[in-house]
Design a protein around this ligand. Structure first.
Ligand code: SF4
Length: 212
């Protein structure tokens, strides 16, 4: 039997995005559609939790207030927003806006079922991109790669993990929404800065920087 030759990266990501956009595996509010990322030339991946209302409305990840903070952090690591969007494939644990939290504060956390169903998309992206490093942003994304672990032990260092696409260095970041008070402690800010410095070094090694 002849083995199918792997598709070039851009074409494989295009086919993947078309299939993902058509996904309706979860029962969500009418009109909710998966949010995808535009880049077809990524050098690594960034994985968030789930799109919010702004992302759903605009059809692109990290388009709201949390995204503004995230891109400020990435600028500290040497990437302006456009370069970050061009060179980092922005994935998420789930790709559709889950709706508001029943308490009325913030967004609903995706259910285990939604996370499991949506996980196939992330697994496929890992197989296509085979990223040398991955930046999980926030608790759900960090758990996906490192398992449950205190944020203090996850953020501020690199972790080597095996996954569907091979082996990658994981550089965790806390969630930039500000919903958690974790980020406000000075020792945790120091851990965040250490993660951003580790990311900066990885980007320099790949010759990808846009902010001095
Ligand atoms: S959350 Fe994921 S699995 Fe569920 S419908 Fe959206 S894209 Fe499909």
């Amino acid at each position: 039997m002849t083995r199918r030759k792997p598709l070039p990266l851009a074409r494989a990501l295009e086919e993947h995005a078309e299939a993902l956009l058509a996904c309706r595996k979860c029962v969500l509010s009418p009109g909710i559609r998966p949010v995808t990322t535009a880049t077809r030339t990524p050098i690594a991946m960034l994985v968030g939790q789930a799109p919010g209302q702004m992302e759903q409305a605009g059809g692109r990840p990290f388009a709201g207030r949390a995204g503004k903070t995230l891109f400020q952090w990435l600028a500290q690591a040497g990437l302006d927003e456009q370069t970050a969007r061009d060179r980092l494939y922005i994935a998420a644990i789930t790709r559709c806006y889950p709706g508001p939290h029943p308490s009325g504060r913030g967004d609903r956390v995706p259910t285990l079922g939604e996370r499991k169903r949506c996980g196939d998309w992330l697994a496929n992206e890992l197989r296509i991109i085979r990223p040398p490093f991955i930046v999980p942003v926030g608790r759900l994304a960090i758990d996906r790669f490192l398992g449950p672990m205190p944020l203090d032990e996850a953020v501020g260092r690199e972790h080597q993990v095996e996954h569907e696409g091979g082996s990658s260095v994981i550089i965790p970041l806390p969630h930039p929404s500000g919903a958690s008070s974790w980020i406000h402690a000075p020792e945790h800010k120091a851990l965040l800065n250490r993660s951003l410095e580790l990311l900066r070094k990885r980007l320099v090694a790949k010759r990808v920087r846009s902010v001095a």
